[in-house]
Design a protein around this ligand. Sequence first.
Ligand code: HEC
Length: 103
Amino acid sequence: MKKLVTLPLVLSAICLWMPMTNSAQAAANGEELFKQRCSVCHPNGGNIINPRETLHKGEREVNTVEEIIGKMRNPGPGMSKFDSNALPDSDAKAIAEYILKTF
Ligand code: HEC
């Protein structure tokens, strides 16, 4: 009888805890992915190829997650292209959110 009571409790505790670890993970992933894929050219949000096109707020022309993902999918001159094979939407979104909150 005791087991029947504790099992649902344990399950609901796990369900409450999962979304929190997921979002913490997404944040860490955005930073990790940015470092792996973007920071060669954009160290600390700068731009070593074209110094006028940085990722810093006020300097960048893209200010939403969608616009930043659009940039990865259709970059301008000098930037590598990241299509959805190279960078799935979920990863692209994590990177875009990291850029918006960091630089
Ligand atoms: C090979 C070097 C290179 C890499 C790697 C690179 N970029 Fe860029 N990026 C550039 C250059 C050059 C520009 C300026 C041309 C343009 O606007 O597309 C730029 C511009 C941008 C802009 C627009 C900045 C503005 O002023 O509006 C964003 C956003 C951006 N990059 C995001 C990324 C992200 C995210 C990644 C990683 C997934 C990445 N870049 C990887 C070279 C790079």
